[in-house]
Design a protein around this ligand. Structure first.
Ligand SMILES: NC(=O)c1ccc[n+]([C@@H]2O[C@H](COP(=O)([O-])OP(=O)(O)OC[C@H]3O[C@@H](n4cnc5c(N)ncnc54)[C@H](O)[C@@H]3O)[C@@H](O)[C@H]2O)c1
Length: 225
């Protein structure tokens, strides 16, 4: 199935970033929030981020003013779940609460077209447990974007996702079901950190530091325990 329209649930830190990268990749995006004030805040953050990209030269990863306007025009915000009825994929990024996520999927099952894919961006909740709350378990996937989203290009995901989202083309990694994701597992491990740090250092040398794991760790302020 060709993905044309993406629904995003939640316009907080991750939802706004997911909406932005999807619109930048050329998809029509509708992002859902519980209240207009949260939507306004999330969309304002996206506009600020796009404005920054438009200030940057295109050859250094920036976008033109026309591209900025086109991306913004592909983005719509709503507080009405019915507006997601014709999405091809719905990516959930609401708060990390099992019951709220389950309730959300339950209500969307009857609204969003049957063939659409449901995805969760959860960091730590079992994807299987969320999948069980839907009537479309065969079209339910874990799809984990990393923060900061607009500046990074990697995801953990499933094979279904890799097939479904090949138009977006992030650096996807297929992984088995588990309670945490690949990057979390590596960065929270003990001795595994040694090869990780070595690789990070190599990456920093390779690409001048942009988006390298240590830069990202620094940006998101990981602190020693
Ligand atoms: N923050 C991170 O670094 C990070 C990284 C990867 C994954 N995640 C996961 O992404 C998800 C979102 O995290 P976040 O950091 O963006 O949280 P956040 O608190 O910044 O945003 C959540 C948003 O969801 C909205 N929301 C809550 N209930 C809703 C509902 N029923 N319908 C629509 N919107 C609703 C809230 O108003 C809020 O704006 C979580 O599952 C989290 O575990 C977070």
């Amino acid at each position: 199935m060709e993905i044309k329209k993406v629904g995003v649930l939640g316009c907080g830190l991750m939802g706004s970033g997911i909406a932005q990268v999807c619109a930048t990749a050329g998809f029509d995006v509708t992002v859902l929030e519980v209240e207009q004030k949260f939507l306004d805040k999330g969309i304002a953050g996206i506009e600020k981020s796009l404005a920054k990209f438009a200030e940057r030269p295109v050859e250094k990863g920036g976008i033109t003013a026309a591209q900025k306007d086109a991306i913004r025009a592909r983005l719509k915000g709503t507080t009405n779940r019915q507006d997601l009825h014709d999405c091809d994929i719905v990516i959930e990024a609401i708060i990390e609460n099992v019951q709220q996520k389950r309730d959300m999927y339950d209500s969307l099952d009857g609204i969003v077209k049957r063939e659409a894919i449901f995805a969760t961006n959860t960091s730590s909740i079992s994807v299987t447990e969320l999948m069980a709350a839907t009537k479309r378990p065969e079209r339910f996937i874990g799809l984990h974007f990393f923060n900061p989203l607009a500046a990074s290009s990697s995801t953990d995901g499933s094979q279904v996702y890799v097939a479904a989202c090949d138009q977006y083309q992030p650096d996807g990694v297929t992984c088995a079901a588990g309670s945490v994701h690949i990057v979390d597992t590596i960065s929270r491990g003990d001795f595994q950190q040694v090869p990780y740090i070595n690789n990070s250092t190599n990456n920093m040398c390779d690409n001048g530091g942009q988006n390298a794991p240590l830069c990202v760790a620094d940006m998101i302020a990981i602190q020693p325990q």
